[in-house]
Ligand binder design. Structure first.
Ligand code: PLP
Length: 385
């Protein structure tokens, strides 16, 4: 029943890390809702379990499952995506420098600049689609390159192999936030990255009902250090969440296929729409990094960003009129969401940086769900109408 690395993605999604419960035969890994584990004799523990902050069988099944999906040896689960991000930054010491992708998730920007910078971590923001600028951003004390691709909300695609090669040459490790692509569409470790981070709140969970994060790596030393930080800081997920994520990964490949199909159809439709000025979607030939997306991704995901013709009034009108798309932050769930980055998800990004990135008042972000695509298109048409 268990799976091995040579199995396809769908088989690993359903089986990796799991086997029928040895005591009952239950096909689903039980929710081991326990804080502690009985010892046979002082220090003689069953498998690796003594206390659930350190390790728990339900969490272990999820960690092994997600590691398998990313082609990694090791996985670690956390209480949120930003908790996972913080653990990577805790690998650094005061005086170390980070090269940070300029269009990162707002919470990533916040933890780097407002929590760790004041503890002595130095940061340079750079547009990582510009490899010369990226190369120039490295310093002798650079220890980490943090990539996010596709980025949020501009959906810039960063060449992971190229940036990881530059970092390696300079003696820095590379971490990739792979949340937007999911392990089904992109595996950064195979492109030279050292660590992959996910907010499992998004596509991995997929049902908008749980908050979580993971880190995976093939590096035994990095794994040991991150596991130690996980144990020491204790930002571990609840056991019920681990069960929900493990349930969700079983359908990740099926959901992602539909997200990609729906998003491609909607992107093509909106590209022709008279009320839409511009569509940004990595699957469109018009996307500036379409060639890189084709090279490093197996599909282009469910996120679309559009510029409407007009300004804030036109955006507001559309966002108030949608009926199937829900006006909400977050992304990656089965239900379609729509939002206004300048007012909602990216309000905390300084106006100057927003303007530089292109986050204007006529910019709208769509998280395309897995409903019937003709209904989604009809909804957007009536809202734009
Ligand atoms: C949501 C998100 C995060 C943060 O994850 P939480 O689970 O909300 O803490 C990090 N990166 C990206 C790209 C995200 O979309």
């Amino acid at each position: 029943m268990n799976s091995n690395p040579s199995h396809g993605f769908g088989t690993r999604a359903i089986h990796a890390g799991q086997q029928p419960d040895p005591s009952t035969g239950a096909i689903c890994t039980p929710i081991y809702q326990t804080s502690t584990f009985v010892q046979k004799s002082p220090g003689v523990i069953v498998e690796e379990y003594d206390y659930s902050r350190a390790a728990n069988p339900t969490r272990k099944a999820f960690e092994d499952n997600i590691a398998s999906l990313e082609g990694a040896r090791h996985g670690l689960a956390f209480s949120s995506g930003v908790a996972a991000t913080g653990v990577v930054i805790h690998l650094l010491s005061a005086g170390d420098h980070v090269v940070l992708c300029d269009d990162v998730y707002g919470g990533t920007n916040r933890i780097f600049h407002r929590v760790f910078q004041q503890m002595g971590i130095e940061i340079t923001l750079v547009d990582m689609t510009d490899l010369d600028a990226t190369r120039a951003a490295f310093r002798p004390n650079t220890k980490l390159a943090w990539i996010e691709t596709p980025t949020n909300p501009m959906l810039k695609v960063v060449d992971i192999a190229a940036v990881a090669a530059i970092a390696k040459e300079r003696g820095a490790i590379t971490a990739v936030d792979n949340t937007f692509a999911s392990p089904y569409l992109q595996n950064p470790l195979s492109l030279g990255a050292d660590i992959v981070c996910h907010s499992t709140t998004k596509y991995i969970g997929g049902h908008s009902d749980a908050i979580g994060g993971v880190l995976v790596t093939n590096d035994d030393d990095l794994f040991k250090r991150m596991k130690f930080i996980q144990l020491s800081e204790g930002a571990v997920p609840g056991i019920q969440e681990c069960f929900l994520f493990l349930r969700s990964t079983k359908t990740l490949h099926v959901r992602m296929d539909r997200h990609c199909q729906n998003a491609m159809a909607i992107a093509r439709h909106l590209e022709q729409h008279p009320k839409v000025d511009k569509v940004i979607y990595p699957g469109l030939e018009s996307h500036p990094q379409h060639a890189i997306a084709k090279k490093q991704m197996r599909g282009f995901g469910g996120m679309i960003t559009i510029y409407l013709k007009g300004g804030l009034d036109e955006s507001r009108k559309m966002l108030e009129k949608v009926r199937i798309f829900a006006l909400a932050e977050s992304l990656g769930g089965v239900e379609s969401l729509i939002e206004h980055p300048a007012i909602m998800t990216h309000a905390s990004v300084p106006a100057e940086q927003r303007a530089k990135l292109g986050i204007a008042d006529n910019l709208v972000r769509l998280s395309v769900g897995i409903e019937d695509v003709q209904d989604l298109i009809a909804d957007l048409d009536q809202a734009l109408g």
